[in-house]
Design a protein around this ligand. Structure first.
Ligand SMILES: [Zn+2]
Length: 328
């Protein structure tokens, strides 16, 4: 029996940073949180190292006892060098070499991976992907990202951009502009932020519309929750938008199923927050876009880690990249 290994995981978010200490068998021993709104990296980086040390000390461990740390990071990033380039929600963060900094400060090995891939690894080792060799995790949040595990391997691609499935164009002559600057991306149709912006634009002169009312009467506050409420209240426009979103999700899932033949699609935020209202219509439309053989082979499920996925994401990245962990 090998000695239990301990790992630190850092989850870098635009408004908060989560830090988790876990065992390689998946027990979360402790977690901390750092507010990250309008922060300066010169202040935050030493704090991240210090909190990692404190988490270890609270469990009577020395940092040198830890097998390493993993960082789950938002784009855009220089993945192989562990550098955050220009995270959109953190204006003072430019070219921050976070992995190198923490390696120096903690004197243990580290690794760095994008957040969707790290979340997929977290579900793989600790959640809905356990024991699977072929599955895909989709973030389904304000944006859409994928973590693709095929043949027991995370698909990173030649230059580490693998999994940017939200930016696959799904409509040729689309006027839907995506956050990435292209038109017709999957995310432009189904990402929470894109749908909210689309509705805000559509309803800007219709303050009495039920969708606006569900957003507290403010057009600029329309979000997925307001849309969901309007769907549950059978508002015709909300139902129409929901149908289109479901159809587009089914189209995108069909591409994934027929390309990768996964045994599971694991869906993040919107799927578990909304429930069957979100997934049932997608399943209804899926046979239009994927072969029966692919649908029969694939279970569509929600994330098991849900809100905690971030605390496990960096830990899982370290298990995969530093300890060589795979499905057993
Ligand atoms: Zn895009």
């Amino acid at each position: 029996m090998g000695k239990e290994k301990y790992i630190l995981g850092y989850d870098i978010g635009g408004t908060k940073i989560g830090i988790g200490l876990a065992t390689a068998s998946g027990q979360l021993l402790g977690k901390k949180r750092v507010e990250n709104k309008d922060t300066d990296p010169d202040v935050i980086l030493p704090l991240l190292a210090q909190m990692g040390k404190e988490l270890a000390e609270e469990k009577n461990l020395k940092v040198s006892d830890l097998a390493g740390f993993g960082i789950s990071a938002p784009g855009p990033a220089d993945i192989p060098n562990g550098i955050l380039l220009d995270p959109p929600n953190n204006k003072k963060w430019h070219n921050v070499p976070i992995q190198g900094y923490l390696q120096n400060a903690l004197q243990i090995p580290g690794c760095f991976e994008n957040d969707a891939n790290s979340a997929a690894l977290a579900e793989w080792f600790f959640g809905a992907g356990k024991g699977k060799t072929d599955f895909i995790y989709l973030t389904m949040s304000t944006g859409i990202g994928a973590g693709i595990v095929a043949g027991n391997t995370l698909i990173r691609g030649k230059t580490f951009f693998g999994g940017e499935f939200g930016h696959t164009p799904i409509e040729m002559n689309s006027e839907r502009v995506c956050g990435c600057g292209h038109k017709g991306c999957y995310e432009a149709y189904c990402g929470g932020r894109s749908i909210a912006l689309y509705l805000q634009n559509l309803l800007k002169d219709k303050k009495d519309h039920p969708i606006v009312q569900f957003a507290g009467g403010k057009v600029e506050d329309i979000d997925m929750l307001a849309l969901e409420k309007a769907v549950r209240a059978n508002d015709p426009l909300a139902l129409e938008i929901w149908e289109e979103m479901s159809m587009r999700n089914a189209q995108a899932f069909g591409i994934l199923l027929n390309t990768f033949n996964p045994e599971r699609l694991i869906l993040g935020t919107l799927a578990w927050a909304v429930g069957d209202l979100y997934t049932d219509p997608i399943k209804k439309y899926l046979p239009r876009f994927a072969w029966k053989e692919m649908i029969d082979a694939c279970e569509i499920v929600s994330s098991e880690l849900r809100r905690d996925v971030g605390y496990y994401a960096g830990v899982a990245a370290a298990m995969y990249f530093l300890l060589g962990k795979r499905a057993e």
